[in-house]
Design a protein around this ligand. Structure first.
Ligand SMILES: Nc1ncnc2c1ncn2[C@@H]1O[C@H](COP(=O)(O)OP(=O)(O)OP(=O)(O)O)[C@@H](O)[C@H]1O
Ligand SMILES: N[C@@H](Cc1ccc(O)cc1)C(=O)O
Length: 459
């Protein structure tokens, strides 16, 4: 019986989860005693029912989660598809105070109605992320029975609204040590850089510490996951749990942090740095998510596949090996882009994004039949459809699309770098009638230079 169950378990479940996450590059730090956690998860992986509960929080400082936030959420997803329950927390209370971690300047105050909208939008995204993640994993593991955990959504305002300041100080104040608070990176780095730090931001760590304590005490949530900038806040929670909860001897609590995803010049990818790619399709379309990953450097393909997908590591190795045999075909980037778009927005959105990308980046076969209505539909969804009037001449259209001068447009034409219908027809300045080049008499594909193709609806 046990053997049968073991054999029908996806191979990925049989590896120790912590080791698996480390190999996937998803772990920066784990608090001690790491061995306890590894052994507990090992016994679950061996078929025992040893589940853990873990949580990750996000403050409602924007209307949407972004790709950086997905890194710790992918840790939760890896646990969830192995039957562990995960809690995601929206910081309705903490969002009012402002986390100083990883920031050199103070946060400005946010209007109450904007915060309320953000809480609602982020809560929906968190629910959708685990719903889509479940479907995604089921599609990839059709032949195995998978046991998912539970996803629970919380807003920390639901307990903070009951807490009275005097009671809190009397009951917990002595257990929160100022020396430890002063030594947290978020505080020392701000003060060292002569940045100002209000009492609100200084006390933020207490709020997050108490959240962990509350979830541990009331719901046995014993692991908190966050990006590595959250280490101080999470370990503040461990201190409080260790001081106040007798059961922490048998059920130790843990901090698990992920590396921070950064840009090529080392900046944390996120809202504060202003370089975030959001998962809300109203802000960044599925096509833009696809495009973001399609532009991954060769050296990052394996890393991103390990972090942002649930593909087994063996499969990732073979994808990368295949990619490196002919990197110019961008097969690795294409698989990465498809997988992440599918995980976030579903199979249809992912296929559509790939279709648009094939049109834009010249992967059309010479005689491939294109349907103008479908092009219009897909490209307007991707928000890249251009419009022109058939009476507009080539030079004006070109100058408008490239946001450049007419003389620059003329130069491009004389250099022979403008093609119609992707790269099939080189354009000369004498072109006056668009009709012979239109798809179904409606759509023009114009490629400018080596890279970019414009899809233009002609009226
Ligand atoms: N670039 C990133 N890489 C990995 N984790 C990240 C990244 N950005 C945010 N996170 C993590 O996502 C979680 C939620 O972060 P948060 O809502 O503060 O986002 P943020 O972009 O860091 O926001 P802000 O810039 O306003 O601080 C935290 O655990 C944080 O460490
Ligand atoms: N401090 C976290 C969000 C958070 C809030 C409350 C928590 O209990 C946990 C995490 C961040 O800014 O990224």
């Amino acid at each position: 019986m046990f053997l049968r169950r073991y054999l029908s378990t996806p191979s990925v479940l049989r590896e120790n989860l912590i080791k698996e996450l480390q190999l996937r590059g998803l772990i920066a730090q784990i608090s001690k005693p790491e061995k306890w956690l590894v052994e507990k998860l090992q016994s679950r992986d061996n078929g025992n029912n040893n589940k853990v509960k873990l949580y990750c929080g996000v403050d409602p400082t924007a209307k949407s989660l972004h790709l950086g936030n997905l890194v710790p959420l992918m840790v939760l997803l890896n646990f969830y598809v192995r039957g562990h329950s995960v809690v995601t927390l929206v910081g309705g209370a903490t969002g009012r105070v402002g986390d100083p971690s990883g920031r050199i300047t103070e946060r400005s105050e946010m209007a109450t109605d904007i915060r309320a909208n953000n809480i609602e939008a982020i809560s929906e995204q968190l629910v959708r992320f685990f719903k889509n993640g479940k479907k995604y994993y089921e599609r990839k593991n059709k032949h195995n029975t998978v046991e998912f955990g539970e996803h629970i959504l919380k807003d920390n305002y639901s307990w903070w609204k009951e807490v009275k300041m005097l009671d809190f100080l009397a009951q917990y104040g002595r257990h929160i040590r100022v020396q430890a608070m002063l030594s947290r990176d978020s505080v020392t780095s701000r003060l060292a850089n002569q940045g100002s730090l209000g009492f609100n931001e200084f006390t933020y760590q207490i709020l997050q510490a108490y959240d962990f304590f509350h979830l541990y005490k009331e719901h046995n949530v014993s692991i908190q996951v966050g990006g590595n900038d959250q280490w101080g806040n999470i370990t503040a929670g461990l201190d409080l749990i260790g001081r106040l909860e007798p059961k922490s001897k048998e059920l130790p609590a843990f901090a698990v942090t992920t590396p921070l995803l950064s840009t090529a010049n080392g900046e944390k990818f996120g809202k504060s740095a202003g370089n975030a790619v959001f998962i809300d399709p109203e802000i960044n379309t599925p096509f833009e998510i696809f495009q973001f990953f399609y532009n991954t450097e060769d050296a990052d393909i394996a890393r991103f596949l390990q972090i942002f997908t649930l593909l087994p590591r063996g499969k990732i190795q073979s994808i990368v090996a295949d990619h490196l045999r002919s990197p110019h075909l961008r097969k690795g980037q294409n698989i990465l882009a498809k997988e992440v778009t599918e995980l976030l927005h579903g199979v249809d959105a992912s296929n559509e994004a790939e279709e648009v990308s094939n049109v834009l980046f010249g992967k059309l076969k010479r005689h491939e039949k294109l349907d103008a209505s479908r092009l219009i539909e897909l490209c307007s969804k991707a928000r890249i459809l251009q419009h022109a009037n058939k009476s507009e001449n080539l030079i004006d259209l070109l100058a408008r699309l490239t946001n450049d001068s007419k003389s620059a447009a003329k130069r491009k034409i004389s250099q022979g770098s403008i093609y119609l219908h992707s790269d099939q027809i080189k354009v000369s300045e004498s072109l006056t009638n668009w009709d012979p080049y239109l798809i179904d008499n409606k759509v023009l594909l114009m490629k400018i230079g080596k890279q970019k193709t414009f899809v233009i609806e002609m009226k």
